[in-house]
Design a protein around this ligand. Structure first.
Ligand code: SAH
Ligand code: SF4
Length: 444
C-alpha cells in the first residue's frame, strides 16, 4: 500500500513540476513514506531522517538549493507533531489520508516557511481528489479499499488507516483502464482488508470483491489480476467462485493465518479458528486446484506457550505455504495486546521465529524445485543483473530469470523452468508458436 501511495504522491506533485529521482542527495523534495506496523519499522524513520538532514546540509552547502523534507504514512499519522519534537528540521508531516493536499501544503510552506502538519481524516476521501495515474510499468497496484474495522488486538492499522472505506466501482474501473492504456498487464488490487470490499456499483447495488474482479477481467489487455491482503473471515462464496471462473485471476493467494493455536487466534481477535481457516483453504483449492498460498505469522504473541507455538508449526506443515512473512510480536502503543501481562521474552521469540522460518523456507525451496521442468507464463517486468537477462514474475509470484531480448520487457512469455532456486526460478524462453503443450500446473 505504501508503494501505491508513494506513486500517487508523485502523481499529485507532477503538475507542480516534480519528477522522480533515484538520487535523494540531489532532490528538491524527499518524502519518507513510513510504516508503523512494528516498532522496528517505526524507529527506522528517525535514523533515516538524520541521514537525510545531512544530505540536505551538503546539498545546501553546494549551493544547489533547499531540500524539502517530509514524513508521510502511518508513523506521521500516529505521532503527528511529536515528529517535529524529535526532528524539528522536518517541513511536512502528513497522514495516509492527507496526501492529496500535498500541493496546498507545499504552497503554504513556501509562503510561511514553517512546518506543515496534516493528519486529519477528511470527510471526503482522498481518492476523489487524485489525478489519473501516470505510467506504472507492466505490473501495477490499485487501491480499492482502505482502513480496517477488524481490530485485531496486536494491530495499529484501524487507528492509523482509519475505518474501512471501499472506492466506488466506476472509479476503480477507470483507474484500471488508465493503467492498461499505459502498458500495464497485471494489476494487484490493494486493501488492508481487501476482501471486505463492498463498493457502490454503477447499478446502485453494493458490489463484492468477486463481482469487481469479474468486471475488471473484462478489460481488454488486462492479462492478470491479483488481490492482497485478504482476511480468512471475509472469503465469501462469490470470491471462491471467481477463483474457479476467472482465468486472469492468478493461482496465488496471500492469506494470513498468524497462529495455528485457537486460543491465540481468539486472543488476537481474528474471529476464526484453525479449522475455519482449513475449510476456507479446502474450498479455494477445490475451486482452483493449482492455487498456491502464502501467509503471515506472528510468533510470541502475549501468553503463547511452547505447545501453542508447536500448533503453528503443525498447521504450516500440514497446510503448506510456498512463501510467507513471519514476525516476532511487537507491542504497539494503544493496542489491547500491548497491555497483556504475559509478554513473551525476546530470546524465546527469536528462537521460535528461527524455527518457523526454517520450516517456511524449506516449503518455499521445495515448491521452487517442484517447478523444474514446468512451462509457465512469465510477465517479464524488469532488466536482470546479467547482460541479456530479463526478470519476471511467475503466476505464483516467484521471480524468474530468463535470457531474453530487451524488447520483450513488458510482455508475457512462455518459459520452461530449468532450475528452482531458494528464492527464484531460472528458465529459458520457449518459441512463440502457440502449438506448445497446454500449461502444466504446479500444486503446492
Ligand atoms: N490485514 C492483514 C494484515 C495487515 S498487517 C490481515 O489481517 O492479515 C501485515 C502483517 O503484519 C500481519 O499479517 C501481521 O502478521 C504483521 N503484524 C501486524 N501487527 C503486528 C505486530 N504488532 N507485531 C508483529 N507483527 C505484526
Ligand atoms: Fe490489522 Fe489485518 Fe487485523 Fe485489520 S484485519 S486489524 S489490518 S491484522
Amino acid at each position: 500500500m505504501n508503494v501505491y501511495d508513494s506513486a500517487r504522491m508523485a502523481d499529485v506533485l507532477a503538475p507542480l513540476g516534480y519528477g522522480l529521482t533515484d538520487d535523494p542527495s540531489d532532490a528538491d523534495m524527499v518524502i519518507l513514506n513510513t510504516c508503523h506496523i512494528r516498532e522496528k519499522a517505526s524507529e527506522k524513520v528517525f535514523s533515516e531522517l538524520g541521514r537525510l538532514r545531512r544530505m540536505r546540509e551538503d546539498r545546501e552547502a553546494r549551493g544547489a538549493g533547499r531540500m524539502i523534507l517530509g514524513v508521510a504514512g502511518c508513523v506521521a499519522q500516529a505521532e503527528g507533531d511529536h515528529i517535529l519534537d524529535r526532528a524539528p528540521f522536518v517541513d511536512l508531516v502528513l497522514g495516509p489520508q492527507a496526501y492529496h493536499r500535498l500541493p496546498e501544503m507545499v504552497a503554504r510552506l513556501s509562503r510561511a516557511g514553517d512546518a506543515q502538519i496534516d493528519t486529519e481524516f477528511p470527510a471526503e476521501p482522498k481518492f476523489d481528489h487524485l489525478p489519473a495515474p501516470g505510467a506504472r510499468g507492466p505490473a501495477a497496484f490499485l487501491a480499492i479499499q482502505e482502513g480496517c474495522d477488524r481490530f485485531c488486538t496486536f494491530c495499529v492499522v484501524p487507528y492509523t488507516r482509519g475505518a474501512e472505506y471501499s472506492r466506488p466501482v466506476t472509479d476503480i474501473l477507470d483507474e484500471a483502464r488508465a493503467l492498461v492504456a499505459r502498458g500495464t498487464l497485471e494489476i494487484t488490487l490493494l486493501g488492508q482488508n481487501v476482501n471486505a470490499y463492498h463498493g457502490a456499483g454503477p447499478d446502485g447495488a453494493t458490489w463484492s470483491l468477486g463481482r469487481l474482479i469479474r468486471a475488471l477481467a473484462d478489460i481488454d489487455g488486462l492479462a492478470r489480476l491479483r488481490y492482497t491482503t485478504s482476511h480468512p473471515r471475509d472469503v465469501d462464496d462469490d470470491l471462491i467462485a471467481a477463483h474457479a471462473e476467472v482465468p486472469t485471476l492468478m493461482p496465488f493467494l496471500h492469506l494470513p493465518l498468524q497462529s495455528g493455536a485457537d486460543r491465540v487466534l481468539k486472543a488476537m481477535n481474528r474471529g476464526h479458528t484453525l479449522a475455519d481457516f482449513r475449510r476456507v483453504v479446502a474450498r479455494l483449492r477445490d475451486a482452483r486446484p493449482d492455487l498456491a498460498l502464502s501467509s503471515d505469522f506472528i510468533v510470541g504473541f502475549p501468553g503463547e506457550t511452547d505447545r501453542e507455538f508447536q500448533d503453528t508449526l503443525d498447521a504450516v506443515d500440514d497446510i503448506g505455504f510456498i512463501q510467507a512473512y513471519s514476525f516476532k510480536y511487537s507491542a504497539r502503543p494503544g493496542t489491547p495486546a500491548a497491555a497483556l501481562p504475559a509478554q513473551v521474552p525476546e530470546p524465546v521469540k527469536a528462537e521460535r521465529l528461527a524455527r518457523l522460518q526454517d520450516l517456511l523456507n524449506a516449503q518455499q525451496v521445495a515448491f521452487n524445485r517442484r517447478c523444474e521442468g514446468l512451462d509457465m507464463d512469465v510477465l517479464l517486468d524488469r532488466i536482470g543483473k546479467h547482460p541479456g537477462q530479463l526478470v519476471g514474475r511467475s503466476p505464483f509470484m516467484q521471480p524468474v530469470h530468463v535470457m531474453a531480448p530487451a524488447p520483450l520487457q513488458g510482455t508475457i512469455q512462455r518459459v520452461r523452468i530449468d532450475q528452482g532456486q531458494p528464492n527464484s526460478l531460472a528458465g529459458r524462453l520457449l518459441p512463440a508458436e502457440d502449438d506448445h503443450p497446454p500449461a502444466e500446473r504446479a500444486t503446492a
